[in-house]
Structure formats: structure tokens, C-alpha cells
Design a protein around this ligand. Structure first.
Ligand code: 8OZ
Length: 367
């Protein structure tokens, strides 16, 4: 029987323990370049079995919030290399989350002030963050335009290029496709946001096509053993909704089973909120069973609202990895605190998005 503190293999990644730092948006990267103190922030947390970076735009079009990082410019990649070097110096492992926001964006953040892109021209009922004169504020997302089918290969290619740059130039141990939380890949998956009538809309197979093409392209670029993917079957985040998620995600994981991935990362329930949603039931055990029955060997990573007892239970019951989000913001030494059952620092919500060192690199570790 495994414990949270046992090592585990996830594809090519040999992880010292099963505690993962979930991707956490921090809005501290002006011009999409991670700041120097991002090096300190991630290195402070390097005792996690795996660090997943904050979501990182694969292209300028893929950006949807102020001051989030990117992977498409040399200065961005150089800055990330300093981060991965610092994590590796502390024997940590770090993958970058590959992000295209789709419609969750604003014209002010898009190349040439254009409309954000989406499967269909339906505005997401959600907000994004624009930072003006250093002050973050929530604004409605802009009306998107539907992608032309001819633009889709370019997006698939952008995922692959970002993945290759991440591993070969920025020194990451691998990558995670952001297939969750109502961003582009999730927008294509779900019938609330995808009303297309071409090969990328309609049936489950068609709605899953972009996510699977992007994943295969990333696997071709860096290898399945360095590739993970994050999915959120029922989250309402960013106006995501699907009329029948169980068969949709069953199909997705069965297809992913053929790609020899490092891990599958599942957000259970509402991202950062309740683990059960009354009108959005979902059977996660059945999803995992479908993946294993289809031959999937990747590590199975669970996330959302885990504390120590729930995480230990999950690992005992056969989940391989547990990702912790907010507890990792306020506890750089979360692994030690869980091991010693020590109290956790409270999070300061006011410094989660935007700002500098305060609420970023100044949370204390145990003496
Ligand atoms: C919080 C604020 C902005 C973005 C996600 C990338 O939900 C995010 C995100 C979270 O996956």
C-alpha cells in the first residue's frame, strides 16, 4: 500500500513523493516574462514531488489575463530556464502548463486588439483580470470570433512548438496541456461552448478532436513520458458546461490511453470550490477504470480541495498523485508540514493575483 511520501514513476518523471504543486496563476509576469523572484518562489517549493507551473501562454493569442507568463519569446524562455535551473539545483522536478485561453480573454490582451478566438462566437459569462497602473481589476471577457477550420493546424502547431521550447530551451522536465477550466481545449470539448458544424463540432469524437490533436502533437514533440494533461469534467469555471460529460470524458481518456502519457490530472468538482456539484454528478472512479481498461498506464493525479486525510485515503485507494493548489501558495514547505502533520499557514487572498514578493516569496517555512 502506498503513502503520500513514497516515490513514484510518472512516465519519464521519477518523483520523490506523490505531492504535486498544482498550477496557480499569480499575474506577476509583465510582458509575459516570469520575474526574477519566480526563481525563488518555485525553488522554495521544490520539495514537492512535482511542480506544475502557473498556466503559461503558448502564443500571444493564447493569453487572456494581464501579466501571465508565456513560452513563445526568447526572453520568456530565458527567464523560465533560470527557474528550472533553480528547481533542479534543489533536486526538484518541474513541468510547465501549456495554455491557450480561447474566448476567456479581452481585446486589450490580443494581438492587434483583435477578438479572442473560440470554437463558436459565444461570449463566456466570466471575467478576466486586467492590471492598470499596477492595480488588478475584473472585467467581462470580450465577444470572441469562431476559429476558421484553416486556423486550427496553427494552434496545434503552437502547442507542439511551445512544448519543444519548454523542454529543449527552458529546461523543463515535461509539460502539461491545460485541457481544463473552460479554456480553449475545454471549450471545444463541451457542447455549451462548441456549436460548430464542421469536423471539430457536433459528435463527441469531433469535439474531442482538437484536444487529441494537440496532445498527439505535443507527444510527437517531447515524448509521451514527458506529457501530462489536466481535465475538469464538470467544473463550471469560466462558463464551462456540457450536457453529458460522462461519455465525453470516457471517450477522451480512452483515446489518451493510447499515447503513453506521464500523467492524467483530474479536477474533481468545481475548480477551487465544492468537490460535488448537485446538478453535475460525475463518476471519477468509472473514468479511471475506463482509462485503465483501455490500457492507460499514466499516473493518475487528483486535485481539488484535498487535505492530508483525504489525500492519504486517495493514495491508499490507488490514485498515484495528489495536486494541492492554495496550500502551496502559503506553505512553501507543504510536504514537510504534511509529513509532520504540522499546522498550515493561512493564505492571504489579497496577494494571490498580481503584486510582488508580498504573498509570493515571503510565506514562512517551519524553523
Ligand atoms: C485563476 C485566475 C486566472 C486563471 C485556471 C489558469 O483556472 C487558471 C486561472 C485561475 O486554470
Amino acid at each position: 500500500m502506498s503513502s503520500l511520501f513514497d516515490s513514484v514513476q510518472a512516465g519519464d518523471l521519477n518523483l520523490a513523493n506523490r505531492i504535486v504543486m498544482a498550477p496557480l496563476t499569480r499575474n506577476r509576469s509583465p510582458n509575459a516574462i516570469p520575474p526574477d523572484i519566480a526563481t525563488t518562489y518555485y525553488a522554495q517549493r521544490a520539495s514537492a514531488g512535482l511542480l506544475i507551473t502557473e498556466a503559461t501562454a503558448i502564443s500571444h493569442q493564447g493569453q487572456g489575463y494581464s501579466d501571465v507568463p508565456g513560452l513563445y519569446g526568447t526572453e520568456q524562455l530565458d527567464a523560465w530556464k533560470r527557474v528550472t535551473d533553480a528547481v533542479h539545483a534543489k533536486d526538484g522536478k518541474i513541468v510547465v502548463q501549456l495554455w491557450h485561453v480561447g474566448r476567456v480573454s479581452h481585446t486589450e490582451l490580443q494581438p492587434d486588439g483583435g477578438k479572442p478566438v473560440a470554437p463558436s462566437a459565444i461570449t463566456a459569462k466570466t471575467k478576466t483580470v486586467l492590471i492598470k497602473d499596477g492595480v488588478p481589476g475584473f472585467v467581462d471577457t470580450s465577444e470572441p470570433r469562431a476559429l476558421d477550420a484553416g486556423e486550427i493546424p496553427g494552434i496545434v502547431h503552437a502547442f507542439a512548438v511551445a512544448a519543444r521550447s519548454a523542454v529543449e530551451t527552458a529546461g523543463f522536465d515535461g509539460v502539461e496541456l491545460h485541457g481544463a477550466n473552460g479554456y480553449l481545449l475545454d471549450q471545444f470539448l463541451k457542447d455549451g461552448s462548441n456549436k460548430r458544424t464542421d469536423d471539430y463540432g457536433g459528435t463527441i469524437e469531433n469535439r474531442a478532436r482538437l484536444l487529441l490533436e494537440a496532445t498527439r502533437a505535443v507527444v510527437d514533440a517531447v515524448g509521451g513520458g514527458k506529457t501530462g494533461i489536466r481535465l475538469s469534467p464538470v467544473t463550471p469555471a469560466n462558463d464551462a458546461h456540457d450536457s453529458n460529460p460522462q461519455p465525453l470524458f470516457t471517450y477522451v481518456v480512452k483515446q489518451l490511453a493510447q499515447l503513453n502519457l506521464a500523467y492524467i490530472h483530474i479536477i474533481e468538482g468545481a475548480t477551487g470550490g465544492p468537490r460535488e456539484i448537485a446538478d453535475r454528478p460525475f463518476d471519477y472512479e468509472a473514468l479511471k477504470a475506463a482509462y485503465r481498461e483501455a490500457g492507460g498506464k499514466a499516473a493518475w493525479m487528483v486535485n481539488n480541495g484535498y487535505d492530508r486525510p483525504l489525500a492519504e485515503e486517495a493514495v491508499k485507494e490507488g490514485d498515484d498523485l495528489v495536486a494541492f493548489g492554495k496550500p502551496f501558495i502559503s506553505n512553501p514547505d507543504l510536504v514537510r508540514r504534511l509529513r509532520e502533520n504540522a499546522p498550515l499557514n493561512e493564505i492571504d487572498k489579497a496577494t494571490m493575483y498580481g503584486g510582488g514578493a508580498k504573498g509570493y516569496t515571503d510565506y514562512p517555512a517551519l524553523a
